[in-house]
Design a protein around this ligand. Structure first.
Ligand code: HEC
Length: 224
């Protein structure tokens, strides 16, 4: 049977979101907002799992000093894929940055500042109504695995200290305590899903208009 799925998902919001720009704890999110938080959480799960797998592997093989050179490369690649494939702006940040380019987006900055030094377990996360998008922010705890590169300064190995001095001269991302918020994952989810425009060759256009039976065809629609 031939099915033409909806190309543009338009979500209707029955319940008001929240006053625009105001950070609301995720636990208080109304039903209309939860699908956006779920999408952000799915992206965060992919990033966290790439991050932890990468860290565990490289630290085991090379120790912290050896791992620091490649550290976070695969999590950065996953973030890049999420941005391109899912049209989700996503990133990580902190109140004490190692890489100065990881500054929080303006909507997240006050929360990051306000929760500096808090226990990660006491903060589940926040959402912010950004008008056409929903911003979602979840804390990342400092755990034992992070200590070799973000822990107490006197516990960092000379090798790690040398790499930090060389590559991150303005590094502030040390002295985090176990269980403290080390940083945050943030995402901006469009309220109306966006699709990239796909240019079809004439033969592909013909196939899209007259699809063979039993083939699922997704006609692409330009929405930006
Ligand atoms: C092997 C060393 C190493 C370990 C272990 C490590 N990190 Fe990092 N971390 C880095 C480096 C290097 C950067 C800067 C990466 C870049 O240039 O973007 C960084 C950056 C970050 C950032 C981005 C914000 C910033 O400060 O630039 C977060 C968040 C972060 N790390 C969290 C963690 C957490 C949570 C753990 C433990 C689960 C961890 N890291 C373990 C080396 C490490």
């Amino acid at each position: 049977m031939r099915r033409i799925p909806a190309v543009l998902t338009v979500l209707a919001f029955s319940a008001p979101f929240s006053p625009e720009g105001q950070a609301i704890p995720i636990a208080r999110a109304p039903a209309a907002v939860r699908p956006f938080i779920q999408r952000a959480d799915a992206a965060f799960t992919r990033i966290r799992s790439a991050h932890l797998t990468e860290l565990a592997g490289t630290m085991r093989a090379n120790g912290a000093a050896g791992a620091i050179g490649v550290c976070h490369l695969s999590s950065a690649a996953v973030m890049d894929r999420i941005r391109r494939e899912e049209q989700i702006a996503v990133g990580w940040t902190s109140d004490r940055l190692r890489n100065p380019t990881s500054t929080p987006p303006a909507w997240a900055a006050p929360i990051v500042r306000q929760k500096a030094g808090a226990r990660a377990a006491s903060v589940s996360g926040f959402y912010v109504d950004l008008g056409d998008r929903v911003g979602v922010l979840r804390p990342m705890p400092e755990v034992a695995l992070c200590a070799g590169c973000h822990g107490p300064a006197d516990k960092l190995s000379p090798g790690v200290r040398a790499v930090l001095k060389d590559r991150y001269p303005a590094d502030r991302a040390i002295n985090f305590k176990d269980g403290e918020i080390r940083g945050w994952l943030w995402a901006e989810i469009w309220k109306v899903e966006r699709r990239r425009q796909v240019y079809l060759l004439p033969c592909e256009l013909d196939r899209a208009r007259n699809p063979p039976e039993d083939r699922l065809v997704l006609p692409e629609l330009l929405v930006w």
